[in-house]
Design a protein around this ligand. Structure first.
Ligand SMILES: [Zn+2]
Ligand SMILES: [Zn+2]
Length: 310
């Protein structure tokens, strides 16, 4: 099953010719999710051949313009293009009021059901249950209420080894039980251990998104074990004071979170417009955590399967 991230915007507050404001499309369990919606997101979707109506759910990390100002326009375009399917937007408190006011003063009416759900959590909590996956929101340390998200597959059932069903005369109920991880009890009282009946377990994949945030060690257990961590990296170490004052991270701070959380890979994003090239940020991060990439607009990042060792 495909699980990938398409970065539509990897820039910080001010868009540049090469980097648009924050937005990503997550493709998980056959569902497309939009995460953040900075200015120009709908243009970027067209640029990278993403169907606007394919978006089922939207998550907004916070209401700073570089993460939110693209949403009213996108919602309006969805209507103009004939959307009938309901859309759910998870966003911090205030998004509904802002959109309703904009729609009122601009005489914008939409024909589809728009559900704007306030995110208001003090600690990690599942806020969305999809088919085969769930989404956890958690607070970040920023200058306005801001949330990070973990997108995680449900634990998949085990697969049977070839021919075990016939060898042990397993019923359908036996198969379900063994796929759930139980041992098999035979009619003569013999117990066949689950490990002899099933293939190595495919581990559920996790993608964590933290943008925007200051360096915060409390994030480490929340994003621990993620296959991919996308973390803001607005500045390099030369601007560490500015990063602290503005509640942002440096590249090495993002890498420190990745290292201590034991993630598989780190994807840096949300680069200040002062960086025409991101080598300085990449070098800084890789000195701490070598498995680091810098996001580019239009970049697609696959999350591959991993299996439990037996
Ligand atoms: Zn931002
Ligand atoms: Zn911000």
């Amino acid at each position: 099953m495909v699980f990938n991230i398409l970065v539509l915007g990897s820039g910080a507050a001010t868009p540049t010719l090469n980097r648009h404001c924050s937005a990503q499309i997550i493709n998980i369990c056959g569902v497309r999710i939009l995460v953040d919606c900075g200015e120009s997101t709908q243009n970027q979707m067209r640029q990278y051949h993403q169907k606007i109506q394919s978006i089922k759910t939207v998550f907004i990390s916070h209401l700073h313009g570089d993460h939110f100002f693209g949403l009213p326009g996108l919602l309006s375009t969805m209507h103009l293009c004939g959307r009938k399917e309901a859309l759910t937007v998870y966003a911090p408190t205030g998004a509904r009021e802002a959109i309703e006011l904009l729609f009122k003063v601009s005489a914008t009416n939409i024909d589809y059901e728009l559900n704007i759900v306030d995110i208001d959590v003090d600690e990690p909590a599942i806020i969305h249950q999809g088919k085969g996956f769930h989404v956890t929101a958690f607070p970040l340390h920023h200058s306005t209420p801001t949330y990070g998200f973990v997108f995680e597959e449900e634990t998949p059932l085990l697969n049977l080894r070839p021919n075990v069903r016939e060898r042990y005369g397993m019923t359908n109920d036996d198969c379900i039980s063994v796929k759930q991880g139980n041992d098999l009890l035979l009619a003569d009282g013999t117990v066949v251990p689950n490990v002899e009946l099933t293939l190595p377990r495919r581990l559920p994949r996790r993608y964590a998104y933290c943008c925007d945030t200051a360096f915060d060690e409390t994030l480490i257990p929340i994003v621990a074990g993620s296959n991919l961590l996308c973390m803001e990296s607005t500045f390099d170490n030369a601007f560490s004071t500015m990063a602290e004052e503005r509640c942002h991270c440096t590249a090495s701070q993002a890498a420190t979170i990745a290292l201590r959380a034991g993630v598989g890979q780190l994807l840096l994003t949300h680069f200040s417009a002062r960086y025409r090239e991101t080598e300085v940020l990449l070098d800084e991060a890789r000195a701490v955590f070598p498995q680091t990439l810098c996001a580019i607009d239009g970049g697609k990042y696959e999350i591959s399967y991993k299996y439990e060792k037996q």
